[in-house]
Design a binder for this molecule. Structure first.
Ligand SMILES: Cc1cc2nc3c(=O)[nH]c(=O)nc-3n(C[C@H](O)[C@H](O)[C@H](O)COP(=O)(O)O)c2cc1C
Length: 181
């Protein structure tokens, strides 16, 4: 991949096939020009973190670290599970935080978006705390916390169908590109 292009990596906290959070990431990806390489990472092969089995790092973890290192910015979208973000995402962040893995997180501009059934603010607050501990440069605005109680913002395949949310994502795009500089 040519280094002059902007690279963005999306991390989705849900492994569900028709995940609305992946739908949100896909809708955000659609807002960028073709000059931006936007890759949604596959977290389905990341094993549960266990210090006893850390080395050698699994191929899936090495591939993710390499993708993150090439990224100029990150976008994380997670549902809320029991008033926090998901174990899938927490597990991924635990791997990425391991110093010898060499994933360069510090200072990386990172936008948070997310959708859940009735509430997503608490989970994003938890996530924000952990990302600050990892020294990521987490954007404070815009806040994108999409509540879909009426099931009218996503179709059955998890595709975003709500124009107001698309407009919010355009603001995320602009904020992220500005932070990347
Ligand atoms: C274990 C579990 C816990 C959940 N807890 C919450 C919750 O605390 N708040 C909420 O709004 N939705 C909760 N939900 C609903 C999910 O946020 C909702 O199904 C969301 O659409 C899942 O995201 P996805 O479509 O990206 O998979 C929970 C779902 C599961 C499976």
């Amino acid at each position: 991949m040519p280094s002059s292009r902007v690279h963005i990596v999306g991390l989705c906290g849900s492994l569900r096939k028709h995940s609305c959070n992946r739908g949100l990431l896909n809708a955000l990806k659609d807002q960028f020009s073709s000059e931006v390489v936007f890759t949604i990472a596959d977290l389905s092969e990341i094993p549960l973190y266990n210090p006893d089995n850390e080395l050698p790092y699994p191929d899936s973890v090495l591939a993710l670290a390499s993708m993150v290192n090439q990224a100029d910015g990150l976008v994380i979208s997670s549902p809320e599970y029991n008033l926090s973000y998901t174990a899938v995402l927490k597990n991924t962040l635990e791997w990425l935080s391991r110093r010898s893995l060499g994933a360069h997180l510090a200072g990386k501009p990172t936008a948070l978006i997310g959708t859940a059934s009735i509430n997503v603010a608490v989970s994003q607050s938890h996530l924000r705390d952990v990302l600050l501990a990892l020294n990521l440069d987490v954007l404070t605005r815009p806040i994108v916390q999409i509540v879909d109680t009426e099931h009218d913002k996503f179709d059955d395949l998890g595709n975003l169908i709500d124009v107001d949310t698309v407009n919010m994502l355009i603001r995320v795009r602009d904020a992220l590109l500005e932070a990347i500089g």
